[in-house]
Design a protein around this ligand. Structure first.
Ligand SMILES: Nc1ncnc2c1ncn2[C@@H]1O[C@H](COP(=O)(O)OP(=O)(O)OP(=O)(O)O)[C@@H](O)[C@H]1O
Ligand SMILES: [Mg+2]
Length: 593
């Protein structure tokens, strides 16, 4: 069972994250116990030094080499333990980070389309990364800092047992160090947030200018964009300088305090030695204790900062994790091979931002039918397709496939059986073969090629440097818009879907190639439901039935000829999309013939 965050939102962020820590408790506890033993040994070192000086040097009652060897042995053992403790601690930290990443990523890919309408995906991932880091640091390093502070108390006890007065003198600067450390972190904390935010902003500027470099150059806007970057960089500089100013104000005091502690030990200890109340060895030992104990006290401030940062980061991570999947799978999902009957029954659909995309839409498409959808931009054509594959659920009314509510089908089955090819398809930075086989990674190369042939892609793919193994996308070969569309059609065809929606999927392909694709499709799509969103007459001519959409409604339904004859709005919409010189009615005769 994979680890998850506790879904109970009433718990504190730490309690909710606890299952992730618990999954690695073996590693974390090993690290903590090693570090505990190491620190216990470390605490013995100044004490051994004290005995060595007092017994072997001052009183000359013991052998010096015995103490020297003892010290060396302690240092070696402590070093080894420290090394192992750190190693396991870092491993725990990375294991926790790995789990958090998986938890978030597996949730992100399950979130519905509606979620991605609202957020910017690039920002989302970079923010998630720094948030994961912050939480991981606290979860892994927090316990270790607590152990170190506990040991500091123990060392103080040991000092008290050696010389109570000198112990108090030696420790007197520690609370001040702790308080100053906390104050410094408090002052730096907001600035460090600012630095992060401004760095992210700068990264976005750089990123956009590199991605959009062609636009920048086309409009000769280099200088303006460089200035925009300089402005963003300037803000980063201001934040860093503020950070440096705060640090430089506090650090000297924080560094000087332990030295003040050393001086106090020397003053009071020296006086006590002169008076005969303590030994030289004690002064030396207490000096090392002062140096040894100040890091944990300084770390208290860091601990508080890490805690604040982690809790803010955790809140943002939980915000993502607590976003419910709006598309919920039925309790007893139906697994079935679809025939392809599509029915919209009084369907109304409103996007998350309040845009009403479909109004009380009624529509019946029989299995095997080929239907063209025509309509002006924004009339709801793409939305209609998205509802069939349940990218979104209808706000009111029902979408039925084979006389069953789409919501009753198993989501995975449904999406595999409704192929949607969008106008601007996304290709991954991998081989063409991999892109075509995306939905069926086990497809043979013959199957991939067959799909590519039907989609009219095979010809140009063979001419690419590495054929089907050519890597495309952002870090590979650049395909033209029409080529990308054909790869996407092949990707959908390979799934052999009973329902295929071509949403302007051949808009960038030239007319002759499109004709060939459609001839291949005609054979392939026999017995399948095909919905073609189209503007070109040649494309519309493939469908036996045409639907005209306007403002989220179907306002006309019939054959191309009958609509042309009886529906002035149809002719008007068509005319808008055809090149001027084409006579709509005239070309239609050819297409229909
Ligand atoms: N993801 C979305 N979030 C919010 N509103 C959207 C979203 N997608 C589309 N819309 C809105 O819903 C309405 C219908 O859009 P849709 O994409 O279905 O139109 P379309 O007919 O496919 O247009 P086009 O021909 O330009 O592709 C439009 O008003 C559009 O602005
Ligand atoms: Mg569209």
């Amino acid at each position: 069972m994979p680890v998850t965050i506790d879904p109970d939102q009433s718990k504190s962020w730490l309690m909710r994250a606890y299952p992730v820590v618990r999954a690695h408790r073996g590693l974390l506890l090993t690290s903590l116990s090693l570090s505990l033993v190491g620190l216990l040994i470390q605490v013995q070192i100044p004490n051994t030094l004290r005995k060595g000086i007092d017994d072997a040097i001052v009183a000359r009652s013991a052998s010096l080499s015995k103490y020297v060897w003892l010290l060396v042995a302690l240092a070696v053992v402590q070093g080894v333990l420290n090394f192992l403790a750190r190693k396991y601690l870092l491993r725990t930290a990375y294991e926790i980070e790995f789990d958090l990443r998986n938890i978030i990523y597996s949730h992100l890919v399950r979130l519905p389309f509606g979620f991605y309408d609202r957020v910017q995906s690039g920002e989302l991932m970079s923010r998630a990364s720094s948030d994961i880091r912050a939480v991981q640091m606290y979860l892994a390093f927090g316990p270790s800092i607590i152990v170190q502070c506990a040991i500091a108390l123990l060392a103080f006890g040991l000092m008290l047992s050696i010389n109570p007065v000198l112990a108090v003198v030696a420790m007197i600067t520690m609370p001040v160090i702790a308080v100053l450390g906390v104050l410094m972190r408090k002052a730096i904390f907001p600035v460090s947030w600012l630095i992060q935010a401004r760095l992210a902003r700068t990264t976005t500027v750089v990123d956009e200018n590199i991605q959009g470099v062609r636009v920048v150059k086309a409009f000769a806007a280099e200088e303006r964009q460089v200035n925009a970057l300089a402005q963003a960089a300037d803000k980063v500089r201001w934040a860093y300088r503020t950070d440096a100013r705060i640090r430089s104000r506090w650090s000297p005091t924080l560094e000087a305090l332990p030295r003040l502690g050393l001086a106090l030990v020397l003053l009071f200890g020296g006086w006590m030695v002169i008076e005969g109340n303590t030994t030289v060895g004690t002064i030396v030992a207490f000096n090392s204790y002062v140096l040894m104990l100040q890091p944990p006290f300084r770390m208290l401030g860091m601990m508080i900062m890490l805690g604040q940062r982690a809790s803010a980061s955790a809140a943002r991570i939980y915000e993502i994790l607590d976003t419910p999947s709006e598309i919920v799978e039925a309790a007893e999902p139906v697994h079935a091979r679809l025939h392809g009957d599509v029915v919209f029954d009084d369907v109304r659909f409103v996007y998350g931002d309040g845009t009403v995309a479909l109004h009380d839409l009624d529509l019946t498409i029989r299995a095997g039918e080929t239907v063209a959808i025509v309509g002006r931009t924004g009339s709801g054509k793409s939305t209609l397709g998205r509802l069939i594959a349940r990218y979104y659920d209808a706000t009111a009314g029902t979408v039925r496939l084979d006389d069953r509510d789409v919501r009753r089908y198993a989501l995975g089955d449904l999406r595999k059986q409704v192929g949607i090819v969008p106008e601007e398809p996304f290709l991954f930075s991998e081989s063409i073969r991999g892109n075509i086989a995306f939905g069926r990674p086990d497809a043979t190369i013959e199957q991939v090629v067959a799909a590519a042939v039907a989609a009219g892609a095979d010809e140009f793919v063979r001419e690419l440097p590495a054929g089907y193994d050519t890597v495309v996308g952002e870090r590979g070969y650049t395909l033209s818009g029409g080529q990308r569309q054909r790869v996407a059609i092949a990707r959908a065809l390979l799934m052999n879907p009973p329902i295929l929606v071509l949403d302007d999927a051949t808009s960038a392909v030239d007319v002759t190639v499109e004709q060939r694709i459609h001839r291949a499709l005609e054979e392939l799509m026999i017995g399948r439901t095909t919905i073609i969103v189209a503007h070109r007459l040649s494309t519309i001519g493939l469908a036996e039935r045409v639907l005209l959409m306007e403002d989220g409604r179907i306002v006309a339904d019939g054959t191309h000829r009958s609509l042309l004859a009886s529906e002035p709005r149809y002719a008007a919409v068509l005319a808008e999309f055809q090149p001027e010189e084409v006579d709509v009615a005239g070309e239609t005769e050819e297409v229909a013939a």
